[in-house]
Ligand binder design. Structure first.
Ligand code: BES
Ligand code: ZN
Ligand code: ZN
Length: 503
């Protein structure tokens, strides 16, 4: 993948000195808008552009675009933003990502994108810069590690964002967006790679690199040590794999004066989910199950990003990592295993393995670190895709404050989440017959039931669960999101912690 270099420049008459000039326009405002950007396009073009747009039926609808050939190779590109009334910042991410695809189709290398703050008075120019840079850098992502014919793909080299005030605020927004995009794209790379290369043991190496680079404290419990410390569920799930299961923890202290105010982010790290002895059938997305470590990849990268952005908060990233393999040593359905907190669990179905490794991880950190809140994130159930498709992640929580904070953060980052219910009817279904708890219950509502199961391991600490089975693995690209791993949750968790650093 080659992303363009993004830089800032002042909006003045000289901005049409690149191969392409990109202009964004609200629906039905072409005539009103052109005079605003006269500075950028020059008087001659400004006058012709309105007529040209009208003749070609360009109104500025979301997803609409129009090329206006000017001189030689130079083109002006109009990109629609949809109606001003329904504008939100994510439209900028989408429109910029879209404009990158359009200029690359024309093999244009250097472009200027005009982001005058006057587009909408409600949005700060620095926020426009941040969103535009994210759109270009996240939209440029492609997992091409295994493609041998890269030469056919044309990549733009430079995009300049033309704004009215190039100041510290705008520069900071650009730098932050670059950090965000680098980390989200690296999450996507980790998600998309082969399960043999991103396995429980190489995961430890990745965490080690993060610990060094971003000055985090690391603790690892691996293999038989899991058994001796009572983390038998993680061990049971990972025991048939050629790679030893691991529980990896990273700590970041951006607010050293409040070391006891700690947020635990717990991510499911199943590096491949065969289903175990309850082997996944062919139509169950089994070929996508290298992405079943997306939760762990997300928390690993969220703590890295928080550290790069120097957030004034304290984070414990927790990654139970195991391969749910099949083989002679695999745990058998119906086996009862004791969790870290002493509760006995019947593994009635070995394919409901995510909740098992999370259960031990939750109970362990609740006991050893006493965090003030816990958020877990996991590709936990196919049933969340049945309910919300690939568009929304499920949010299930017993805490109103965390719920509100996450929903607010989701508005900012546009990683959409939808709250699902959790009550005693669901809790009751997870009680075992021969054990305290069972890991499955028939009759639908599996996403909420899985969360009800996890709640038993949170030691009454305020907790929220995000089911990202759909949003972290897309069947086809959408906007600035690629096919496959999306890095869903990294920006969401970091935005949530930025706005709610303590609890
Ligand atoms: N990793 C899967 C969930 C999943 C399915 C994620 C499809 C993404 C796409 C999880 O471990 C699983 O297998 N869940 C089962 C639970 C069932 C056995 C109760 C499921 O959802 O089918
Ligand atoms: Zn499974
Ligand atoms: Zn799984």
């Amino acid at each position: 993948m080659k992303a363009p270099k993004i830089s800032l420049r002042k909006l003045d008459e000289s901005v049409h000195d690149r191969d392409a000039l990109i202009l964004f326009c609200f629906k039905g405002e072409v005539g009103k808008f052109i005079p605003v950007v006269k500075k950028a396009v020059g008087k001659d073009i400004a006058e012709k552009l309105t007529d040209f747009a009208a003749a070609r039926g360009f109104k500025g609808g979301a997803g609409q675009s129009l090329y206006y050939p000017t001189k030689d190779k130079h083109i002006t590109l109009l990109v629609g933003l949809g109606s001003r009334k329904s504008f939100k910042i994510d439209i900028v991410r989408r429109a910029t990502a879209h404009s990158l695809k359009l200029i690359e189709k024309l093999r244009i290398s250097k472009a200027v994108a005009v982001l005058a703050g006057r587009y909408t008075s409600a949005i700060k120019e620095s926020d426009l810069v941040g969103a535009a840079a994210e759109g270009y850098l996240l939209g440029a992502y492609e997992f091409d590690k295994y493609k041998t014919k890269l030469k056919d793909k044309f990549s733009a080299s430079d995009v300049e964002l033309a704004i009215e005030r190039v100041n510290k605020g705008a520069e900071l927004a650009l730098t932050e967006a670059e950090h965000v995009a680098e980390i989200v794209n690296s999450t996507r790379d980790m998600q998309n790679d082969n399960a043999d290369d991103v396995n429980p043991e190489t995961f430890v190496n990745q965490a080690e690199i993060a610990a060094k680079e971003d000055k985090l404290k690391m603790t690892v419990i691996g293999g038989d040590q899991l058994k001796t410390k009572g983390l038998r569920l993680i061990h049971a799930v990972g025991r048939a794999s050629k790679w030893k299961p691991q529980l990896i923890m990273l700590e970041y202290y951006g607010d050293k004066s409040r070391k006891n105010n700690l947020t635990a982010l717990v991510g499911k790290g199943v590096t491949f989910d065969t289903g175990g002895v309850n082997l996944k059938p062919a139509d169950s997305m089994i070929e996508q199950m290298h992405l079943d470590m997306s939760g762990a990849a997300t928390v690993l990268h969220a703590i890295k990003l928080a550290s790069r952005l120097k957030l004034k908060t304290n984070i414990l990233a927790v990654m139970p990592v195991a391969e749910n393999a099949i083989g002679g040593n695999a745990i058998k359905p119906g086996s009862v295993v004791k969790a870290y907190n002493g509760k006995s669990v019947e593994i009635a179905n070995t394919d409901a393995e995510g909740r098992l490794i999370l259960a031990d991880a939750l109970a362990y950190v609740a006991d050893k670190y006493k965090p003030t809140r816990i958020i877990d994130i996991a590709t936990l159930t196919g049933s969340i895709i049945a309910a919300l498709s690939f568009f929304y992640a499920g949010l299930i929580t017993n805490n109103e404050k965390i719920s509100k904070g996450l929903l607010d953060a989701s508005e900012v980052t546009s990683e959409k989440i939808w709250r699902m219910p959790l009550d005693n009817d669901f809790r009751q279904t997870m009680r075992g017959t021969k054990s305290d708890l069972t890991n499955i219950s028939k009759g639908g509502g599996d996403s909420t039931k899985a969360a009800a199961f996890l709640e038993n391991f949170t030691a009454k600490i305020p907790w929220a669960h995000l089911d990202i089975a759909g949003t972290s693995m897309l069947p086809k690209p959408s906007g600035y999101q690629p096919q496959g791993g999306t890095g869903f949750g990294v920006r969401l968790l970091v935005e949530y912690l930025r706005k709610n650093p303590r609890f």
